[in-house]
Unconditional design. Structure first.
Ligand SMILES: [Zn+2]
Length: 159
């Protein structure tokens, strides 16, 4: 990780740096298993504690920024889930996930100068729209999932 005071502010994302710093400095354990082209994981699975590095690599070919945003989302979601678990111990796991997911989506949106993320899921695609407080579109992505072997869903950012 980056030692304090060593980060070049001209390189990379300050949002990503902040999320990683909070994760590293946290006393909580964040467990993420890295898988590669897991047919049952699109980007990540919160409940299976998995991140698909094959999916991240594929997305980065179309947009390195979107890959960074997904990583930020996953780390923030886990930080928030741990926080929520302490603050609201009676909350069931799905409600805890939904709350953590919403908070992670907001943090992810700040990567694009936005405040929230809208998501529209199709059969083999996903459309992501990042909007500011006035609903102005700051960034949009269409991601298609190709199925070359009918099992491995490989996300590709549509140019
Ligand atoms: Zn999420």
């Amino acid at each position: 990780m980056v030692a304090e005071g060593k980060r070049d502010p001209k390189v990379g994302s300050s949002v990503a740096a902040d999320v990683m710093t909070r994760a590293v400095e946290s006393k909580d354990t964040i467990k993420i298993n890295l898988v590669n082209n897991d047919p049952y994981v699109d980007f990540d699975s919160y409940f299976k504690e998995r991140v698909d590095v094959g999916d991240l690599d594929s997305v980065a070919q179309g947009s390195p920024e979107l890959r960074a945003a997904i990583v930020v989302h996953v780390i923030e979601e886990n930080i928030q889930a741990n926080t929520i678990k302490r603050e609201q111990p009676g909350l069931d796991p799905m409600a805890r996930f939904n709350l953590a997911h919403d908070r992670a989506s907001s943090t992810e949106a700040t990567m694009f100068g936005a405040v929230s993320r809208q998501e529209f899921t199709g059969k083999n695609s996903i459309f992501l729209r990042f909007v500011d407080g006035q609903q102005n579109v700051k960034k949009e992505f269409t991601v298609n999932f190709e199925t070359p072997d009918a099992l491995t869903r490989t996300p590709r950012v549509v140019p």
